[in-house]
Design a protein around this ligand. Structure first.
Ligand code: PXP
Length: 249
């Protein structure tokens, strides 16, 4: 079964709309865990628009599952990560004006700088993951800089409209996942996933972990966090079970 890491950033987005103390991302994370999430993800953005530095410490100490900290590869973020020591750091590119992450990290273009970060993260005993677009060159560069895993950016796949385009992007994701596994990287995926589009991603056998946030927090408004997570786990399982060709089973 694929592990679901629930991203609780947008619980903090609502809190920050009023700069108050409610709702609590930790409380949401604990409810997600109760419904079966195997990990919690948070993204500490440079402008601190949702998750704050204290949230990272409070969530790390308060949850019962591993904490995946997404962050930009900057000296400021590295210092914080080394101090807070989450289970895993995922490096994500960040542009000031973007609403959400717009693409994967260009590992090929920044190998030297990323190796230095990798060494410090590993020295501290933290797992090191890279968020990349579905592109085998990025995967091979990730291996060269000794990442433990890659997270394939599913953002483009979730935005495409025509079946032909979606199929072609899914094919790119599958090839990227296969290449990563061949060269010894663990494969995760995420961005823009919902109950429908997650199924074809969950059907890719190489993918071990999914990071899902916006949709789950949105659904939680209607039916509560636990129901939203339960429903997402059900959709993931439906997708994964599909990978077995019924002709061969
Ligand atoms: N993975 C990465 C690297 C992200 O930056 C995000 C968004 O913070 C996600 C996964 C989750 O995406 P979404 O909120 O669209 O589910």
């Amino acid at each position: 079964m694929i592990r679901l890491f629930v991203n609780v950033d947008h619980v903090a987005t609502i809190r920050e709309a009023r700069k108050t103390i409610e709702p609590s991302p930790l409380k949401a994370a604990l409810l997600a865990e109760r419904a079966g999430a195997q990990g919690i993800t948070i993204h500490l953005r440079e402008d601190r628009r949702h998750i704050q530095d204290d949230d990272v410490r409070i969530i790390r100490d308060g949850i019962n599952t591993p904490l995946n900290l997404e962050m930009a590869p900057t000296p400021e973020m590295l210092k914080l990560a080394l101090e807070i020591k989450p289970y895993q750091v995922s490096l994500v590119p960040e542009k000031r004006q973007e609403i959400t992450t717009e693409g994967g990290l260009d590992v090929c273009a920044h190998e030297k700088a990323l190796i230095e970060i990798q060494e410090k993260i590993h020295e501290r005993g933290i797992l090191f993951s890279l968020f990349v677009d579905p592109d085998v060159h990025q995967v091979e560069a990730s291996k060269r800089i000794k990442a433990n895993s890659i997270e394939i950016n599913t953002g483009k796949y979730t935005e495409l409209k025509t079946p032909g385009e979606i199929e072609a992007e899914l094919e790119r994701i599958k090839k990227t996942a296969q290449r990563a596994t061949e060269i010894g990287l663990k494969v995760f995926a995420g961005h823009g996933l919902n109950y429908q589009n997650v199924k074809d991603i969950a059907a890719i056998p190489e993918i071990e972990e999914l990071n899902i946030g916006h949709f789950i927090v949105g659904q939680a408004i209607y039916g509560g966090m636990e129901n939203a997570v339960t429903e997402m786990i059900r959709a993931i399982k439906t997708g994964r079970d599909r990978k077995v060709d019924p002709q061969l089973a």
